[in-house]
Design a protein around this ligand. Structure first.
Ligand SMILES: [Mn+2]
Length: 327
């Protein structure tokens, strides 16, 4: 059974792609990672043996058994709303010989044995429960979803129960491609809402949409959860420890907050009293070096020093800020 992995990136997220692919190499994945992108390709591509495939996509050979194919993604939707389309494109067009497809956000690294993920996806659509909240069946937002999509002929009541999943990672076998089709259809039905080109949080939308009371506030993730709640879906969930948001950290680390581990603003933030997420940063630093040379060893050492200093001074700076606010 062959698998493909995909991710989507633009701008500085190429550093996250480097870390993700390096982590997959370390934990035993072999095959192709498809990186959908907008903008230019990262400079580190020039340091890898790179060819073109029949469709004209650049293919970098990362190790003997892992290649990285760059696929331009057209359109105006925010990349986060392209996940279902891109996964279907891999099954149908980019890699028709594979049986399983996994999506990883470029702010995730894999820290568990790859054969575990291969087995997991056999149990059902592999999803991780979000850190923020469960969403009980009678949650008013879930009720709003059902009303809206039942009117489009969708039937609810699958195995998702009260869970609310994070859409930074998922795995699907080819026989469960109906999950991806449903996710894509739900996103397409959201198109008239005018939200799919907006960033997370819907900045730029009318104020009432920038709020959880709006049923599609987290549009891509909400759409994934609506698909997961459909009657015919078979979901295999793991708890949020699988994203590295609580102990034990054994499977993935999802640096979903801000700043990302490749953005060097920790000292500035420490002066404002914010401590860096040291564990997340140090684990990502491990994966920046190679086989993809996303960051030089010298730069990684410098960043580590910054995180250490930031971690040491943030509590004191925070205390000083507190005193200033409460004079
Ligand atoms: Mn993410």
């Amino acid at each position: 059974m062959k698998s493909a992995i995909c991710t989507l990136f633009e701008g500085s997220y190429h550093l996250g792609v480097g870390a993700l692919v390096n982590s997959l190499c370390k934990y035993g994945f072999s095959g192709t990672v498809f990186a959908g992108y907008r903008g230019s390709l990262p400079e580190w591509v020039e340091q890898l043996p790179t060819t073109c495939d029949a469709a004209g996509h650049k293919v970098s050979q990362v190790t003997e058994s892992v290649s990285l194919t760059f696929v331009p993604v057209a359109g105006t939707r925010h990349l986060t709303n392209e996940k279902a389309d891109f996964m279907l494109r891999i099954l149908d067009e980019l890699s028709p010989g594979i049986d399983k497809v996994f999506y990883f956000d470029p702010d995730i690294v894999c820290i568990g044995p790859w054969n575990f993920f291969e087995q997991w996806v056999e149990e059902g659509v592999a999803l991780v429960i979000d850190g923020n909240f469960p969403m009980p069946q009678k949650h008013p937002v879930r009720c709003a979803w059902r009303r809206h999509f039942e009117a489009h002929g969708m039937k609810f009541g699958g195995t998702a129960q009260d869970y609310y999943f994070n859409c930074g990672f998922l795995g699907v076998t080819r026989r469960e491609r109906n999950f991806l089709e449903a996710w894509k259809k739900i996103q397409d039905l959201m198109e008239p809402e005018g939200i799919l080109s907006l960033p997370i949080g819907l900045g730029g939308a009318p104020a009432y949409k920038q709020h959880r009371s709006y049923p599609f506030w987290l549009c891509d993730q909400d759409a994934l959860n609506i698909a997961a709640d459909l009657a015919e879906m078979n979901i295999s969930p793991m708890g949020s420890e699988a994203m590295g948001w609580k102990q034990p950290f054994h499977f993935l680390l999802h640096a979903c907050g801000s700043p990302k581990p490749w953005v060097n603003t920790v000292l500035r933030e420490a002066i404002r009293g914010k401590s860096p997420e040291a564990l997340m940063f140090f684990r990502f630093f491990e994966f920046f070096a190679g086989p993809i040379p996303a960051m030089s060893p010298k730069e990684i050492r410098r960043r580590k020093t910054h995180v250490r200093i930031a971690g040491a001074i943030a509590p004191l700076c925070g205390a000083l800020q507190w005193l200033k606010r409460n004079q």
